[in-house]
Design a protein around this ligand. Structure first.
Ligand code: ZN
Length: 244
């Protein structure tokens, strides 16, 4: 049996403490709901971390033993320390996977890895979201049909200020008329990154089976397979060189 995939679910964990509507959906926090369904997968070993823990729960040791980091943040992006962002970025470049959820599009770590503003259109109203699976052969889309629907969600619309994805897996349509690239992958260094759009805090989105399936698939796809620290060595030739 292959070794377990070590997952850290990072949650900002602020909306849940301030807004009773959010707490009603996620009494232990969104991070615990996400960790909860991931713990049902026998190949995953899951811990959580939150903003208000020392070093945001992302010490060198914690990140060193993480194969995939999941990130949900929104109202307190600015409070994430630059040194922690730099540490996470370095770990992704070394090979750690990163799954960025919903409003994490504006997190410091996602913007640092993308190198673009990552801005978008948004609306909190009564939109329905239809998520089209446009890459059914991709491991992240395994087990999904041609599309699935979320009865009510916040709208995110194009243009989305991201670099062109390596792979585009999902496109969302909203009943207000907009569309959005809602599931996309990139490689940065030796790490794999997946952005997944749904998950506004006032809706019970992370309780939906299709959403849980996509996140579980994404963790397995993004898992770290190497750990290669940055190096820029001066090296001796492998064969004798004439004239030396
Ligand atoms: Zn939102």
């Amino acid at each position: 049996m292959s070794p377990p995939i070590h997952v850290t679910v990072w949650g900002e964990y602020r909306h849940e403490k301030k807004n009773p509507k959010v707490a009603a959906h996620y009494p232990q926090g969104m991070h615990e709901t996400i960790a909860g369904f991931l713990r049902g997968a026998p190949d995953l070993k899951v811990r959580t971390a939150t903003l208000d823990e020392p070093e945001h729960g992302l010490s060198e040791d914690a990140l060193y033993s993480t194969d995939v980091l999941i990130w949900w943040g929104h109202m307190a992006h600015d409070e994430v320390k630059a040194e922690v962002v730099a540490r996470v970025q370095r770990r992704v470049l070394e090979g750690m996977g990163l799954v960025v959820l919903h409003s994490g599009h504006h997190s410091k770590i996602f913007k640092a890895l993308m190198g673009t503003p990552c801005s978008l259109k948004w609306r909190e109203s009564t939109d329905k979201e239809r998520i089209w699976n446009i890459c059914p052969s991709h491991p992240i889309a395994a087990g999904l049909g041609e599309y699935f629907e979320i009865p009510a969600e916040e709208m995110y619309g194009e243009p989305f200020g991201i670099p062109t994805p390596d792979e585009l897996i999902f496109i969302s349509w909203f009943s207000g008329g907009e569309v959005f690239r809602s599931g996309a992958t990139w490689r940065r260094g030796h790490g794999r990154i997946f952005y997944f759009r749904p998950g506004h805090e006032t809706y019970p989105t992370y309780h939906l089976p299709q959403i849980q399936l996509v996140i579980t698939n994404a963790v397995r796809w993004a898992r770290s397979t190497v750990r290669i620290p940055d190096a820029c060595p001066n090296t001796a030739p492998l064969e004798p060189l004439p004239g030396t």
